[in-house]
Design a protein around this ligand. Structure first.
Ligand SMILES: [Zn+2]
Ligand SMILES: [Zn+2]
Length: 490
């Protein structure tokens, strides 16, 4: 898909701008994006032009039907002929496949560094992102992150507004790799060769008084010769060489092990942070947004068959059916926990990052004495679209088609958005992860996989009876990402 469609009429551009201004509304249900999925806000990279356009148009119809409806008809006709041209007459049904959208593919780094894991990396970046913002106010905290944030980045962070206020509740709503540049084999031999990644972030963070909505682009670089540390070591943002808390007289050489660790010699260092936007905007929880993208063709990874075969070869007990049953169980628990503002209920089934994200929104609803309820939700169809494997994790992505009543009520139970009567059909891409050494059919029961007790899990993700940590996929598949049709890039 391309953005060429926006040239249909010059007036369209202006109208899209109007619609974009209306885009700051919430979308409900767990992981439904809330204000993060505010259409026009999806930053650069592989964004789907047509999907975004239709999304804006639907909003336009909502607010200015006299302009929106004729415009939609024009666009539908144009899209129809576009699709017809490409597919030789076949209208793209939901079952049609689309190629992944261009963007950064982190797994390309595996060619240089077999120890690299996109999942461990994302975890590291989430931690670094929150730590960097929380350290802004305290020079010693920033200095302790010197191996990961270069001099210019630390200076800029220290000066960032609001300055001198503690930053808390840093929650990443979306992170996407915009580009990944990996030097070729010969080039990688050179001492100064680097792997460079550009990431876009959409995040919320708070001071005591305000919540900020932020979009940033981070550039990270690491020496081509560096090798990723195992997950338990990568968890600590200390010296990337010896793991000790980082102290240094020159912000480069570790006092403890004596190695120079700056310049991405051993681990990723942020070399620039571009602030795309930062404004004060509390989460909007009470407006209804039309569902968008459900009819878009499914993005299927070209390596799906090959990677699934390799996974099934290593773990013959794992079947698509057992995965589907687990997805359905997680779907049920997620909706039940979300609707009841009961974060502990969904805790056992989601990764740490996903849980932070869900809890943030559950808290936001609670603070506004509102509740988003998803009733009678049912999965219609689950399509396997991607499998990725690295040394530490296996990941599967499925497209989930579902429907249900989705509405938000206030403290008195009055519906303030959505509908109790109308069924809302939607689809989303779910990514589940599991430790790469774990084997066996995915389970659909709610018992601790270690001790068999009924699942009660601490906020940190450990079974309250036997203490086994389970939410990093140590025993079974956990949900680590929910992406909407319009933002999933493959
Ligand atoms: Zn050290
Ligand atoms: Zn247990």
């Amino acid at each position: 898909m391309s953005r060429r469609i926006t040239t249909v009429t010059p007036a369209l551009v202006a109208l899209v701008v109007v619609a974009a201004a209306l885009a700051e509304v919430a979308e409900a249900r767990p992981g439904g994006g809330q204000s993060y999925s505010g259409g026009g806000s999806s930053s650069g990279g592989g964004g789907g032009g047509d999907a975004e356009l239709i999304f804006l148009l639907i909003r336009l119809i909502f607010y200015y039907p006299k302009i929106g409806i004729p415009l939609l008809l024009i666009v539908v006709v144009v899209l129809y002929f576009k699709a017809k041209g490409r597919l030789g007459g076949a209208w793209q049904s939901p079952a049609a496949a689309a190629a992944p959208r261009p963007g950064g593919d982190l797994s390309r780094i595996l060619a240089l560094d077999p120890q690299f894991s996109p999942i461990v990396f994302e975890d590291f970046v989430y931690r670094l992102y929150a730590s960097a913002h929380q350290a802004r106010r305290v020079p010693a905290d920033l200095a302790a992150l010197a191996p990961y944030l270069d001099d210019g980045v630390r200076e800029a962070l220290a000066e960032r507004q609001p300055a001198n206020l503690p930053i808390t509740n840093v929650v990443i709503g979306a992170m996407k790799a915009l580009s990944v540049s990996v030097p070729g084999r010969a080039e990688a031999e050179r001492e100064d060769a680097k792997v460079v990644i550009r990431l876009s972030f959409e995040a919320n963070m708070s001071t005591a008084e305000h919540t900020y909505y932020v979009e940033e682009i981070w550039t990270l670089a690491r020496a081509a010769s560096a090798r990723s540390r195992p997950p338990e070591k990568a968890e600590v943002l200390g010296c990337p060489h010896c793991g000790a808390p980082f102290t240094s007289s020159d912000n480069q050489r570790c006092d403890y092990c004596g190695e120079v660790v700056s310049g991405g010699r051993f681990d990723w260092q942020v070399t620039s942070i571009q602030v795309v936007r930062q404004d004060e905007r509390p989460p909007v929880l009470t407006q209804t947004v039309a569902e968008v993208g459900t009819d878009l063709p499914t993005i299927i990874d070209p390596n799906l068959r090959k990677r699934w075969d390799s996974l099934a070869h290593d773990d013959p007990a794992l079947s698509v059916d057992s995965l589907r049953a687990r997805v359905e169980m997680i779907f049920r628990e997620l909706n039940a926990g979300w609707s009841a503002l009961d974060a502990p209920r969904l805790r056992p089934y989601v990764s740490d990052g996903m849980f932070d994200y869900l809890r943030y929104w559950i808290d936001a609803y609670r603070r506004q004495s509102a509740r988003n309820v998803v009733d009678d939700a049912a999965i219609r169809r689950v399509l396997l679209v991607k499998v990725s494997r690295d040394r530490y994790y296996d990941a599967v992505t499925v497209r989930v088609y579902a429907g249900g009543h989705d509405y938000t009520i206030d403290a008195r139970g009055k519906v303030i958005s959505g509908s109790k009567r109308r069924v809302r059909e939607y689809s989303e891409y779910w990514t589940l992860i599991r430790g790469s050494s774990v084997r066996g059919a995915a389970r659909a029961d709610a018992n601790c996989p270690q001790c068999g007790a009924g699942l009660k899990v601490s906020m940190a993700g450990a079974c309250e009876y036997c203490g086994a940590h389970i939410t990093r996929g140590e025993f079974d598949w956990v949900l680590s990402k929910i992406e909407q049709d319009e933002s999933y890039g493959g």
